[in-house]
Design a protein. Structure first.
Lengths: 181, 1219
């Protein structure tokens, strides 16, 4: 059996009022880096939604820092990590411990050895940068993506293709031990 | 854990049997000791059981030491003196121990027995435990590895300690003593005969203490001698005890004494097993049990011994040791020649070994959790799963069977159960969230931090952090669901019971289906007739347990998700009632609606909608459809174009249903928005309101409200009823103006409009509304009623953010546009009081007002109200924060308050004038004149209305004065120094009379001409030591002071000291009163200006110059008067300077001596030179310079004007003006 290494399975951007802003799914990849198994969007939506409980539980006592670290591990391969921006937007990364084929023997070990919480920090930082870049876009009005303030109706999700592409790029690029994305 | 025999999963506690304290019916051994009646040694005593309160209390205290319901974790304070938890069993007086050795095989004369007679004889010498695989009567004979009976034996039958209780009464000595000795000895004998090394202790319950009855001492020693019991650990004497605490202490000390013996008991057993293991299985292998090939292999024996040692260690509560032995047992089972590898997988022994292996693995995890090794436990769990998966894949029927899913589900559930039993503090559901202050604790509700051994390494797979049971149960749920799916896929031919199916198919099944702890395929298939396993019930059980775990830790979303998944499963199995029951609470409480997780909420809504339709719950069906119509109209209406037709289709004949909804609980496909066009209004005024109805449906979907109601916080309501009107003009922008139809009735506004949203998806209704009472009014709720077939739906919007509109239609330049309103709270309006409509006009004010002026103002009150009013007016006048004279009204009655007047009734449209007199302040300060009128409408005398007029008056001084003070010649003769009459009256002034002149100049500061009537001087205070008289030099005629003009007058002042001896100067303080008027008509105003303080020196010499023109042209006589009012003889040098303008006759220089209190006059005749002889327009001016120097002081005296025709300017230059 080929050895597998961790990859990002899903990235969720959740708004201040716990509303989903964007969900990117990254497929399971095989030997050649080609997707060989799509992920079930509903299943991952469930996961992201249920991790909001943990944000809520920890929020009152969390005073310093954005990094919520490991939120919970649902199964042997699936673990969710969280990050909170100071505007209350939550970034959630779902890591699949065997989401891709290990390119090197070293990478194969991480699936067994596990992850440091700091392994996810570059990904979160890159996501936050991407989100800040989105906020700097004058056509993106954050209040229009907030169910409490929006005057628009319909989906509140982020539609900026540039942002979505960036999120997907971060999801594809990340590997344990990467220093910057 | 329930799938395994209870003995296997039970936690081991040292068994203590209590004899003679009665039996407890509630403690019944669960083991199957009744299954085998192989009786061993029988313990029987004839003493009667202990009874009474003491025995009961003692039993209670002993049972408190029973640890079978304790948490499976080490107690928090594990000191050396901690008592072990025990399993306590109470028996009566009789007890039968199980046989230690199997009974020898009956020497039956059967052929088999005969042939193996030798062997039989051999066996009979080497008897084994009845549960050993070597004993033919054993259930695992000949090659089974283990039986739970063995555990039952140790858990319930063979005690580590046997404690017998006897009563010892002080009365009858010998008979009781003997009986006791016999009984104790009988027990001891029975125990030793049984072969078990059970510790024995006897407790004597005395009714008297030894101190009271010393003979007891002898009896005790007699018993001790007779029974040879160890006085310390074998025989306990219990004197009478009254309190529970005393008994508890006694029990504690007794068990503490027995504890090492009990531990030793299990240690001995461990030693025995270890010895047998090290001796190796060779002895058994060689022993020719019938059919050596079937005998248990060496690894099998090793497993037995390791497991037994583990169990014994667990009895001793040495969990680390137990874990080591259990791990060794697992390794032994999995080893290449282990049972799992060596036994053929079709053999029942293989499944038995799997069962044992599962149990051992369970015990490994339990031991690790016991030692709070959470990550280690997870690791063991994961590793064991991987091992078994590998084993089942290689040697079993593979992991694609339902049995494997069942095993995975069981294995996950076991973990959840173990974690729950272990009561790990980090994973406890926190009942009080407030207590969790620190970050660590809050984090811990979800998963435990790794223990020290793993915390050192910075990398750890996230799953290895032990999560709370909810997560494990969730995994169990998923496996159970997978199991159901696989069971559903069992082909039909395998679902027929074996009795009805061909043998080949049954044989095929045996090789295909794994039935390890699961039913056979024909019983497994959910739809098979012979189904014996309810997957859905199992899923529901696990899911609700998981959901409870999540909910207990505040993870409501996770809990709801599990419920939704369960409901979906139940729906798919057509269990609509159950699915609806599970989904309804989620539907009511979930956060997805509010947070916009439509992808989760839509499946829930569709589920509720479908299930409610199936279950006949029209109410829920309509509500869910209504909500779903907003999110997914296509799904909600399921092909219909509107709600009525869908309902008619779903519920062909249904009675009327009324569904009430609230925007906090339900979505609505119709949104309402409301805006007041203004932020504030006045009571009684009309304000425009705009109410919008917005349909969120797809264009082809129709929806029609039949009624709307707006209710405001002040209790007023606006109702709009639907009215079908084809002719109603439909504007493109959807604005419907209802102002023409507005009819207001007592707090309720009833309107009619077309509320159909068919043609336009958004409509705005505009209507005017007026408030009667003041204050803040907000729209509390807007309710819409929709009628659909048999159902009437009422949806109430009360959340402000759901009601407030941000846009409003505004008529602008003939068009109607939508504009953003400049305020946010559009559903709130501030109603201000009705504004007063009386007008106050003030007449008679001038551009400029002067100090001290009297103002006569006409106040005109105009009634612009629609009816007559009753008015009172009050005026006040103040400046610089000071209250000045209160203005007075002409004609004000005596009893009216100061500054007030009762104006009386003014008819509608009429006006009335009142005259107000105001006296201005005497200083130039800014003043404020306030006129306040209070009035009531004749129709409403209770509501006072008020209007205030405030006018700023800037007061200015009308003029300023400059003063000029100079000496003047007193023409009369001075009194003679020698002529003093001592007889003169005392108050007759005797000083030298001196004359002075005060010149006054007024400069106009006013912006207009003023008429000066009088200018008068007035003294303000008494003058001390002098008399004086004032006279105006010439009569002052009334004159007009022009703009910036100047006028003036002069006053003569004659002063005389009362006493000659008084040499002090006289001080004089005067005021100047100026009488003036604005114009001829206005009243005379007196403005008083202060005169600077005048100082009249009375003893200074002075020179005064007078002139008297001669008859000859060009001749003038100038007289100088040198006065010496002092009492000194003064000598002056007088020099007349030559001048180009004139020639003079007189001494050029002379020295002059002046006696005290006298004056000298000297005269110069002046003759003008040529040009000066001709008088100009303003006469001839010459400036003779006379220097008068005091010879003694060498001080020049200034020459003053002594009368008319001589002027002295500021520099002291004297000018004589000749006409």
């Amino acid at each position: 059996m080929e050895s597998r290494s961790p990859s990002i399975a899903c990235i969720g951007i959740i708004g201040r009022h716990n509303n989903p802003l964007h969900i990117s799914l990254l497929p399971v990849t095989g030997q050649d880096g080609q997707p060989n198994q799509e992920r079930n969007r509903l299943e991952y939506t469930f996961m992201l939604n249920s991790s909001l409980d943990i944000f809520e539980a920890r929020m009152p006592s969390k005073t310093v820092g954005h990094d919520f670290g490991l939120l919970h591990a649902l199964d042997e391969p699936i673990a969710l990590y969280g990050w909170l921006t100071n505007t209350g937007v939550k970034l959630i990364i779902v890591v699949d411990m065997g989401g891709r084929t290990a390119q090197t023997a070293e990478a194969g070990k991480t699936a067994i050895l596990g992850l440091r919480t700091s392994d996810l920090t570059p990904a979160f930082q890159a996501l936050q940068t991407a989100y800040i870049r989105l906020l700097r876009n004058p056509f993106y009005v954050p209040d229009d993506h907030d169910p409490r303030t929006t005057k628009l109706r319909g989906s509140l999700e982020i539609t900026s293709s540039r942002f979505i592409k960036e999120v997907e790029r971060i999801g594809r690029t990340w590997y344990p031990g990467i220093t910057a994305i | 854990m329930e799938a395994y025999p209870a003995e296997y999963s039970a936690h081991e506690l040292p068994l203590v049997i209590l004899s003679g304290l009665g039996t407890r019916p509630d403690i019944v051994p669960t083991g199957g000791q009744s299954r085998r009646q192989e009786s061993g040694a029988r313990i029987s005593t004839s003493s009667k059981e202990c009874s009474g309160d003491r025995a009961r209390l003692l039993l209670e205290q002993l049972l408190k030491q029973d640890g079978s319901s304790e948490a499976w974790s080490s107690p928090p304070s594990s000191g050396p003196q901690t008592l072990l938890p025990y399993r306590i069993r109470t028996i009566g007086r009789n007890y039968t121990l199980p046989a230690r050795k199997a009974a020898p095989l009956p020497q039956s004369p059967s052929a088999d027995g005969f042939q193996n007679q030798q062997a039989g004889q051999f066996r009979s010498t080497e008897l084994h435990s009845p549960l050993s695989p070597l004993s033919p009567g054993s259930p695992i004979y000949p090659d089974g590895v283990f039986t739970p009976l063995w555990l039952a034996k140790h858990q319930w039958q063979v005690p580590a300690a046997f404690i017998a209780f006897f009563e010892l009464s002080s009365g009858d000595d010998t008979a009781q003593n003997e009986q006791l000795q016999i009984d104790i000895n009988a027990i001891r004998t029975a125990l030793s005969r049984s072969g078990f090394k059970t510790k024995f202790a006897a407790v004597l319950l005395s009714d008297k203490s030894i101190l009271r009855t010393p003979e007891l001492e002898d009896r005790l020693s007699a018993i001790r001698r007779a029974t040879t019991l160890d006085p310390k650990s074998g025989l306990f004497f219990m004197p009478p005890m009254s309190s529970q605490a005393e008994i508890a202490t006694f029990v504690q000390s007794m068990l503490t004494t027995l504890q090492p013996l009990i531990v030793d008991y299990y240690r001995d057993l461990t030693k025995h097993s270890r010895r047998k293991k090290t001796r190796g299985g060779s002895g058994f292998l060689t022993s020719p049990v019938d059919g050596g090939a079937h005998a248990l292999s060496t690894p099998g024996w090793n497993v037995r011994y390791d497991f037994k040692q583990g169990v014994y260690a667990e009895f001793r509560q040495e969990m680390d040791v137990a874990e080591r032995h259990y791990s060794a047992a697992i390794d032994e089972l999995f080893s290449s020649d282990g049972i799992l590898e060596a036994t053929p997988s079709w053999s029942p022994r293989w499944n038995e070994a799997r069962l044992l292996c599962d149990v051992v693995a369970l015990r490994v995890v339990r031991c690790q959790l016991w030692m709070s090794s959470t990550t280690g436990a997870t690791l063991s769990w994961v590793n064991y799963r991987a091992r078994v998966r590998d084993l089942v894949d290689r040697r079993g029927k593979g992991t694609q069977t339902y049995a494997w899913d069942a095993w995975e589900s069981r294995w996950a559930e076991i973990m959840a159960q173990l974690i729950r039993r272990a009561a790990i503090p980090a994973l406890q559901a926190s009942d009080a969230n407030a207590a969790d202050e620190s970050v660590e604790l809050a984090r811990f509700g979800t998963y435990a931090m790794p223990e020290r051994a793993y915390a050192a390494s910075e990398r750890i797979p996230p799953f290895y952090l032990l999560h709370h049971p909810g997560y494990w149960l969730r995994m169990a749920v998923e496996s159970t669901r997978a199991r159901r799916e696989k069971a559903m896929n069992i082909p039909d031919e395998d679902c027929i019971p074996p009795g009805q199916s061909p043998a080949s198919s049954v044989a095929h099944r045996a090789t295909t289906y794994d039935t390890y702890l699961v039913p056979a395929p024909h019983e497994e298939h959910p739809h098979a007739k012979s189904n014996s396993f309810d997957h859905l019930a199992e899923t529901e059980r696990l899911a609700s347990a998981a959901s409870k775990e999540f909910a207990g830790r505040g993870q409501m979303r996770a809990s709801e998700l599990l419920k939704l998944q369960l409901a979906q499963l139940q729906e798919s199995a057509k269990m609509f009632e159950q699915a609806l029951a599970v989904a309804l609470p989620v539907w009511e409480e979930c956060t997805w609606r509010e947070d916009g997780w439509d992808s989760l909420f839509v499946p829930l809504l569709t589920l509720v909608q479908r299930c409610a339709a199936k279950c006949g719950n029209a109410h829920a069906h309509i509500s869910a459809t209504w909500e779903l119509m907003k999110l997914r109209p296509d799904v909600a209406l399921n092909g219909s174009t509107d709600l009525p037709s869908l309902l008619a289709l779903t519920w062909p004949d249904h009675e009327e249903v009324h569904v009430q909804m609230h925007d906090r609980q339900r979505h609505s496909p119709i949104d309402v928005q409301f805006a007041f066009r203004d932020k504030g209004t006045n009571a009684g005024d009309h304000v425009e309101c705009q109410l919008s109805l917005i349909s969120r449906l797809a264009p082809y979907c129709k929806v029609a409200a039949h009624r709307m109601e707006i209710s405001m916080s002040n209790g007023e309501t606006v109702t709009i009823d639907h009215e079908d009107s084809e002719s109603q003009e439909q504007q493109d922008n959807g604005l419907v103006d209802l102002s023409a139809k507005t009819k207001s009735t007592d707090g309720k506004l009833m309107l009619h409009a077309d509320l159909n949203l068919e043609r336009s998806h958004e409509r705005t209704y505009s209507f005017p509304f007026s408030f009667r009472e003041t204050g803040e009014v907000l729209v509390q709720s807007i309710t819409i009623w929709v009628k659909a077939d048999f159902a009437s739906i009422e949806h109430k919007f009360s959340e402000p953010q759901n009601i407030q509109a941000s846009l409003a239609y505004i008529r602008h330049a003939g068009r109607i546009e939508q504009r953003e309103l400049p305020f946010t709270s559009t559903a709130t309006i501030i109603v201000r009081p009705k504004p007063p409509k009386m007008q106050i006009l003030l007449r008679g004010l001038h551009d400029q007002h002067y100090t001290n002026e009297h103002l006569s103002l006409d106040v005109e009150l105009v009634n612009e109200e629609e009816e007559a009013v009753q008015v009172t007016a009050v005026a006040s006048f103040s400046g610089e924060g000071l209250d000045l004279a209160i203005p007075s009204w002409t004609g004000a009655s005596e009893d009216s308050p100061e500054g007030g007047i009762d104006v009386g009734r003014i008819n509608a449209g009429a006006k009335q004038v009142a005259n107000l007199l105001v006296v201005a302040a005497s200083g130039p300060i800014p003043c404020v004149l306030t006129i306040e009128i209070k009035y009531t409408l004749l129709s409403d005398p209770q509501t006072p209305l008020k209007k205030t007029l405030t006018t700023d008056l800037e007061l200015t001084a009308p003029f300023e004065a400059t003063f000029n003070f100079a000496p003047l010649l007193y023409i009369e003769k001075w009194p003679s120094f020698f002529d003093m009459s001592p007889t003169s009256a005392a108050d007759e002034p005797e000083g030298i009379p001196q004359k002075w002149r005060l010149g006054t100049m007024l400069h106009s500061l006013a912006a207009r001409d003023l008429t000066i009537e009088t200018i008068e001087l007035r003294e303000t205070s008494e003058v001390v030591g002098a008399t004086y008289s004032l006279s105006q030099s010439r009569e002052f005629a009334s004159q007009t002071l022009k703009l910036q003009g100047t006028t003036g007058t002069e006053f003569d002042l004659l002063s005389r000291k009362l006493s000659f001896d008084d040499r002090r100067p006289t001080h004089l303080e005067l005021l100047l009163d100026i009488g003036w008027r604005r114009d001829a008509e206005s009243t005379l105003v007196t403005t008083t200006l202060p005169v600077p303080k005048l100082i009249l020196p009375s003893s200074e010499p002075r020179v005064l110059c007078t002139v008297s023109p001669d008859a000859h042209v060009g001749h003038v006589t100038v007289r100088y008067h040198l006065e010496n009012p002092s009492s000194h003889f003064l000598t002056f040098g007088v020099t007349m300077e030559a001048n180009d303008d004139f020639a003079f006759g007189g001494a050029k220089f002379r020295s002059l001596s002046v006696a005290p209190l006298s004056r000298v006059e000297f005269v110069y005749q002046l003759l003008m030179h040529g040009s000066k002889t001709q008088a100009g327009s303003d006469g001839v001016q010459i400036s003779p310079v006379l220097q008068v120097v005091d010879s003694y002081y060498n001080k020049a005296l200034r020459v003053h004007s002594g009368g008319n025709g001589v002027n002295v300017d500021d520099k002291g230059r004297l000018t004589i003006v000749l006409p």
